[in-house]
Design a protein around this ligand. Structure first.
Ligand code: AMP
Length: 148
């Protein structure tokens, strides 16, 4: 059985991210691998695009800080350290592949679901990463979280 030494898990800000993180954490533990948690935020071309609740323009640093706080809770919910988190700006597929190359990861763990009909035609993040990655890619089929 092959073992993985360095694993990058790509997480969005959805409720389902915890499922992807949990799978990555389990694989990292079983392989005693190093784990990197990556989120890619939109480049703030329009500072209001991602955070319409802000009434003033926000800097990239403020965006990262806000996302970090949110992700830190998710990461800690599955027993991981917030120090594993990196937030990059840019296009998610490119950034995920670039970071995994930079860290010489041998596995990328990513979520996959069938919710975005149009994205299935155009290619989801998981699909794009699968086609461009230079290492193994595990697509975790995420179950939609049903809000009570
Ligand atoms: P989607 O393309 O929206 O179906 O997302 C599928 C999976 O891609 C998510 O479960 C994450 O693992 C990953 N992903 C999507 N967007 C991002 C992002 N902005 N940063 C990091 N990972 C992402």
């Amino acid at each position: 059985m092959s073992t993985y030494r360095k694993i990058l898990v790509a997480v969005d800000l959805s409720e389902e991210a915890e499922q992807v993180l949990q799978t990555a954490a389990d694989i990292a533990e079983a392989n005693q691998a190093e784990l990197f948690v990556l989120h890619v935020a939109d480049n703030p071309v329009s500072p209001y695009s991602q955070f319409p609740e802000f009434s003033a323009p926000v800097s990239a640093a403020e965006i990262k800080e806000s996302i970090f706080a949110q992700l830190a809770r998710t990461v800690e919910n599955v027993g991981l350290s917030r120090e594993l988190i990196t937030i990059d700006l840019g296009r998610s597929i490119d950034a995920i592949v670039e970071r995994s190359d930079e860290h010489q990861c041998d596995l990328i763990v990513i979520g996959s679901h069938g919710r975005h009909g149009i994205q299935l035609l155009l290619g989801s993040t998981a699909n794009g990463v699968l086609h461009h990655a230079n290492c193994d890619v595990l697509a975790v089929r995420v179950r939609e979280t049903i809000e009570q």
